[in-house]
Design a protein around this ligand. Sequence first.
Ligand code: ZN
Length: 460
Amino acid sequence: MIFDNATIITMNPQREIILNGALAVDGRTIAAVGKSRAIRERFAEKKVVDCSGDVLMPGLVDTHVHTAQAMLRGCADDLSLLDWLGKRVWVLQGSYTAEDGRASAALCALEMIKSGTTAFIEAMLAERYGIDGVAEVLVQSGMRAAIGKIVMDQPSYGKVQSFMHPGLVEDGETSIRNTLAAHDRWDGAGDGRIQIWFGPRTPGGVTPALYDEIGKLARERGMGITIHNSEVRDDQAYAASQGCRSAVEFIHAHGLLGPRTVLAHCVWTDEEDWKLMAETGTHASHNPASNAKTATGIAPVEGMLAAGVNVSLACDGGPSNNTYDMIRDMRLASYLACLRENSPIVVPAETIMEMATINGTKAMGLGDQIGSLEAGKRADFIVINMDAPHLTPAWDPISAIAYAATGADVDTVVIDGKLVMRHRQVLTLDEGAILADVRGRYRAVAERGGLQIGPRWPVV
Ligand SMILES: [Zn+2]
């Protein structure tokens, strides 16, 4: 197929934007990208998809997602972080069945596809959400995913002991064994779209000895690792209690930094941490909406980028964001950086575009396969409908998308050469059935958790 007559944001090394452009797909691969006429002449036999007036760009990569939390959107608004976690989110997650985990993952994938996300990292998939059901749904969705399976051996949170809901507690040996079993079963599934990673809990939830073991196994198997790190200030207090200067240095001491590691949040990091991250090739995942909502702070994006850290973008989860719409968060990421640095020029739209696309693919270890639209790369891209008041005029398509668009403007999604959404209709998942399934489940989860959740204003 040829996607024709689009404005193409290539993200190639020169960062070229092609007006009246066309992209030819051959199987899973991009055959050519260039001016419409040249591509049409060269591939005269191919079917043409007209994208007049649209922007075509690489798919978005969300590097920190909790699929189990899609069904918990809005369950824990306007609460302090410890109440948010201990009285709502963990109680509900700890009351999930494997069918709930699958239903939430399907909902999450649906929302991500409909807002232009083509690849993501699942941060912490617990045993009780049902790894097989979640992996099956993600294979079916057509998305690329690195699934971080939770590893833990302590029910505490930072220095708060026995804080975790009993329904979520796993022991070290079993959580390691099940991660490796999931890796054997699912890594490379979906024509290579699925990866299985280690998703260990934050410092405090994992003993130092278990971190050592994770690092060793990940290196042996070439597995990725993703960890929440320096999300809250207390992470530093925990690191100090372990004799380390910072939370980044603590996990470095246990062999967990490196080019296959993604640290989520990195709010309370400093220059020495950034130096260490850059030297080891460790990636950062910036979660602006989640950090703002839970008031954990604004991550030092400008500083990390200047130090040479690969910084990507992420939405986090349903109760902390409350959407999985990367385009909405592109704008927030830039605006929060302006506020933090007291300067409107620090993280411009072009940088945000890189964070949301090519930097994310590097974090997933897929930098040579996706992230830019160039001949030979895998065909992962989205088409954005610009025919809307809030996108008119578009002086610069990068600005229009980074600062004015939302996920609802995404019209078409192609992943691995396969049409996954066309004119906002998802072709791999049954949207009506997934929404009906979730509507039939979410109240039962709250009931099992002994919670009543609803409007705080009187309902008549
Ligand atoms: Zn998270």
